[in-house]
Write a protein that binds this ligand. Structure first.
Ligand SMILES: Cc1cc2nc3c(=O)[nH]c(=O)nc-3n(C[C@H](O)[C@H](O)[C@H](O)COP(=O)(O)O)c2cc1C
Length: 189
């Protein structure tokens, strides 16, 4: 079943474009999106794309202040089809792994896990130390899907946009969405 409502988290990891493009694609697909951005995400968004958080208000259906812990997303009684954090920092992943959940973004992720809904973390960092890897294994054992935004080259991308779109198509494939950008590997290419 394709979700009608998704939570999109954006953190201060590099790759703000993944969050922006994801919101654009979901808008085209008619999915209701609830965006939560960390303060660091606003910084990387500006540095990497020149956009401001306000610009995303035109793309997302609802934008929740990250400090508003009383937002609907804080409760498991609010139905959603899951959450994608694009991109996901090591810091936010670590908060989710420990259940600290000091803001709405990590609280919403914790709720997504406890309600046994789909949580996809597009974790971006390199290289990784053993602590990062162990934290990934931990959240994965709780049910989260670790989806580092690693481009595929068998799709023969011609631009950065191709790479971003293909990666997001694979993420959305996990939720049952068949997008035009999804290139599936067939025998022999
Ligand atoms: C330009 C820039 C790029 C960054 N890239 C990454 C990254 O790829 N991965 C990461 O885990 N943190 C990265 N950081 C650091 C995070 O922004 C920082 O750890 C922050 O505290 C994350 O907080 P948040 O998870 O609440 O957004 C970057 C910071 C800046 C300014």
């Amino acid at each position: 079943m394709k979700p009608e409502r998704l939570i999109i988290g954006m953190t201060g990891a590099s790759g703000a474009i993944y969050g922006v493009r994801l919101l654009e694609i979901l808008k085209i697909l008619g999915v209701e999106t609830h965006l939560v951005m960390s303060p660091s995400a606003e910084i990387t968004l500006g540095l990497e794309t020149g956009m401001k958080a306000k610009d995303l208000e035109k793309i997302a259906s609802v934008v929740h202040p990250v400090k508003n812990i009383a937002a609907c997303l804080s409760s498991g009684s609010y139905p959603t089809g899951g959450m994608i954090i694009a991109p996901c920092s090591i810091k936010s992943m670590s908060e989710i792994a420990t259940g600290v959940t000091s803001n709405l973004l990590t609280r919403a992720a914790d709720v997504t896990l406890k309600q046994r809904r789909k949580l996809v973390l597009m974790v971006r960092e390199t290289p990784l130390h053993t602590g990062h890897l162990e934290t990934m294994a931990k959240v994965s054992s709780y049910g989260a899907i670790i989806f580092p935004p690693v481009p595929a080259f068998y799709t023969k991308p011609e631009s950065l946009e191709d790479m971003v779109n293909q990666t997001l198509a694979r993420v959305l494939d996990l939720f049952g969405f068949e997008t035009p950008d999804l290139i599936r590997w067939r025998d022999g290419g």
